[in-house]
Design a protein around this ligand. Structure first.
Ligand SMILES: *Cc1c(COP(=O)(O)O)cnc(C)c1O
Length: 384
């Protein structure tokens, strides 16, 4: 089958996420030289507007890299070779912390979480108690590969109580904007994020913020591109160490201004409202949610139903309906579909996503009343 005329491509994958027209236009109209007062002012304003999204009074640093670059910079700047670190691994991104810690020759301990499950706090506390030499804990706020949002505040509190000297590093690359995370209040030492997820701009920028105690515990490792101390010095005046992605900074400014005007709490509420509505509607069309507890506002994972070929479903969605959904990674390939409600996504966009999903599921032989998903979705979104 070919696409119906004028079908446009829509993103329902958890990054890159939809970008607003205003943010796109800002990028096109900007090709400025970055060593100018006006660019430095724009850069500083972006750093200032990032603070409330991170739940900090401080100003996060902006790096030119994908999100993993900020993860790597956290690893390099905050650990020494041979340090004992604990990584929570409940999916593809938890595994990335483990691989990074190994690459940098830490003594890596892994707290395993079954993919799709959340963190058992009691088991986690026992593990912390059993690691008297622990230097740092690394985990995701939102494990994007499974759609679980871990109990971040409780995890941080457990580390601070039982291992007060350990640094807590949170990968909030897909967690921010969709969830309110209070970096200062919860005492997170380092948090990272990336532009193409909750910020609703294209990939290429990463953000990182360190607590005062993290700045005091910088590692002895040699480093160059991701030398955060050097970045901090320059960025205090609005100058990044290396050429920044100027077009993305222009887009970021538009997106952050928008988010701050709406209110950071309201933005998170919006994503929760969409994700809740999607979850309830999926169950109405005989689909089973993959994550049953601590479900994410950023992405909802559902099991591919019996008798349906998961890969063929995704292909049909993309090729026939222009709807880009994400599947499962590693052992979940073909077993789950992920429906993102992250980024610059409005309530009518997810109605289109639900319609495409229903049509493709129907054609792939799933048994349900075609139209029920959209019906339940709009019933929940309409004000009663
Ligand atoms: C997307 C994502 C990353 C990786 O970001 P890149 O920009 O692809 O490097 C890391 N962690 C989480 C939780 C993510 O969702």
């Amino acid at each position: 089958m070919s696409k119906a005329p004028f079908t446009r491509e829509r993103l329902f994958c958890p990054g890159p996420t939809p970008v607003s027209d205003a943010a796109k236009l800002a990028a096109v109209s900007s090709s400025v030289y970055h060593r100018t007062d006006s660019f430095s002012a724009l850069f500083l304003e972006c750093r200032r507007l990032l603070g409330p999204v991170f739940g900090t009074k401080g100003m996060p640093l902006i790096l030119t890299s994908s999100g993993s670059g900020a993860m790597e910079s956290a690893m390099v700047n905050l650990t020494n070779q041979g340090d004992q670190v604990l990584c929570i691994r409940g999916g593809k991104f938890g595994d990335r912390w483990v691989k990074m810690a190994n690459a940098y020759q830490c003594q890596t301990e892994v707290f395993e979480v079954e993919w799709g499950q959340s963190v058992d706090l009691n088991a986690f506390k026992s593990r912390i108690k059993a690691l008297p030499n622990l230097k740092a804990v690394f985990f995701q706020a939102n494990e994007t590969s499974t759609g679980v949002f871990y109990p971040v505040q409780q995890i941080v509190a457990a580390v601070k109580e039982l291992s007060p000297e350990s640094l807590v590093v949170v990968d909030a690359i897909s967690g921010l904007a969709a969830h309110k995370i209070e970096m200062d209040e919860w005492r997170i030492d380092c948090m990272v994020s990336g532009s193409q997820k909750g910020f609703g701009i294209p990939p290429g920028l990463a953000f990182i913020h360190l607590s005062d105690s993290a700045w005091q515990k910088l590692s002895q490792r040699s480093r160059f591109y991701f030398d955060l101390e050097r970045e901090k010095k320059g960025q205090e005046k609005g100058n990044s160490a290396w050429t920044p992605a100027t077009t993305l900074i222009a887009s970021l400014h538009v997106a952050l201004t928008d988010m701050n005007n709406i209110g950071i709490n309201q933005v998170a509420e919006h994503h929760k409202r969409l994700a809740d509505a999607v979850r309830r509607s999926l169950q109405k069309i005989n689909l089973q949610l993959f994550a049953e507890k601590d479900q994410s506002n950023a992405v909802t994972s559902m099991r591919v139903p019996e008798g349906v070929d998961g890969l063929s479903l995704l292909k049909r969605l993309r090729n026939d309906y222009g709807a880009i959904f994400a599947g499962g990674q590693d052992h979940l390939k073909g077993k789950i579909v992920r429906f993102s409600t992250l980024g610059f996504v409005d309530q009518f966009e997810i109605v289109a996503g639900m319609a495409a999903l229903e049509m493709a599921l129907f054609e792939e032989g799933h048994k349900f009343d075609l139209g029920d998903g959209v019906k339940h979705l709009v019933q929940q979104l309409a004000r009663s």
